[in-house]
Design a protein around this ligand. Structure first.
Ligand code: ADP
Ligand code: MG
Length: 251
């Protein structure tokens, strides 16, 4: 299963979910690859084990003859590898725009390593540009994190429309894996209203697990760790572990 974590809104928990969900699946014994496709994000860098970091998304999508081994980095989490990103989004987009096969770059690349992993995750940038489209074309599933705030569903239509377009032609097999409520605040009626609304709109596609707003989750990247080693008994660790079970069940 190849899962694109996407929402063109920034700050909704894509990267936090990508890191902790991929770590949880790896801890459950799956062979997992996390591809950081947000050239501005760099968060997956925090998990890389060695000082010397291999490759970046830019070369991955433009230097097509460079072997995969030049991109893959082991992490502190057993069974979890990452491909980090280190360059500007503008540079990748400029390089790809105008190439007739631009939206198929990642799919062609992934084809050659998909057998090495049980699960591949893509963390995507906060745009619906060519990188996110590459992710949707290469993925089998998409997971949409939605922040439980007032304008939560604003923009979701554009994302769903893009998913439909990708499904219409380049990738008919793309499935919505699920919608994840993030940054949930149990103390506010607003959070609960938004959650109820998301469940009404998405029905069974909404994951049962909700990710609560927590200081531990916010702090963990700064400590270069996934939540399971940084704060193993926190709500965030428990919730991302539960989410990973739901994800693996839907696989
Ligand atoms: P995105 O990748 O969608 O832009 P991030 O995962 O980077 O979103 O999250 C945006 C900010 O919110 C980051 O500072 C992150 O640490 C913080 N954050 C994400 N999820 C939580 C959470 N459940 N509780 C508290 N802070 C969170
Ligand atoms: Mg991000």
């Amino acid at each position: 299963m190849i899962i694109a974590i996407a929402n063109q809104k920034g700050g909704v928990g894509k990267t936090t979910t990508a890191i902790n969900l991929s770590a949880a699946c790896a801890m459950a014994g799956k062979r997992v690859l996390l591809l950081d496709l947000d050239p501005q994000g760099n968060s997956s860098l925090s998990l890389v084990h060695s000082e010397q970091i291999n490759g970046s998304v830019y070369e991955l999508l433009t230097e097509l003859n460079e072997p995969w081994d030049n991109f893959i980095n082991k992490t502190k989490v057993e069974n979890l590898d990452v491909v980090p990103s280190r360059i500007s989004l503008a540079k990748v987009e400029a390089k790809l725009v105008g190439d007739f096969d631009a939206i198929f770059r990642l799919r062609d690349r992934i084809e050659k390593i998909r057998d090495r992993y049980d699960l591949i995750f893509f963390d995507t940038p906060p745009t619906l540009g060519i990188i996110t489209v590459n992710a949707l074309v290469a993925a089998s599933h998409v997971l949409i994190p939605i922040q439980s705030s007032y304008f939560a569903l604003e923009g979701t239509d554009d994302l769903l429309e893009t998913i439909e377009k990708v499904r219409a032609r380049p990738n008919p097999d793309l499935d919505l894996l699920g919608v994840l409520v993030t940054l949930f605040d149990r103390r506010t009626a607003l959070s609960k209203d938004v959650e109820a609304h998301i469940r009404k709109v998405f029905g069974k596609k909404a994951f049962k697990t909700v990710i609560t707003r927590s200081v531990r989750l916010e702090e963990s990247p700064a400590h270069k760790e996934a939540i399971f080693s940084y704060a193993p008994r926190s709500s965030g660790a428990e919730e991302y572990m539960k989410l990973s079970k739901e994800v693996m069940r839907r696989a």
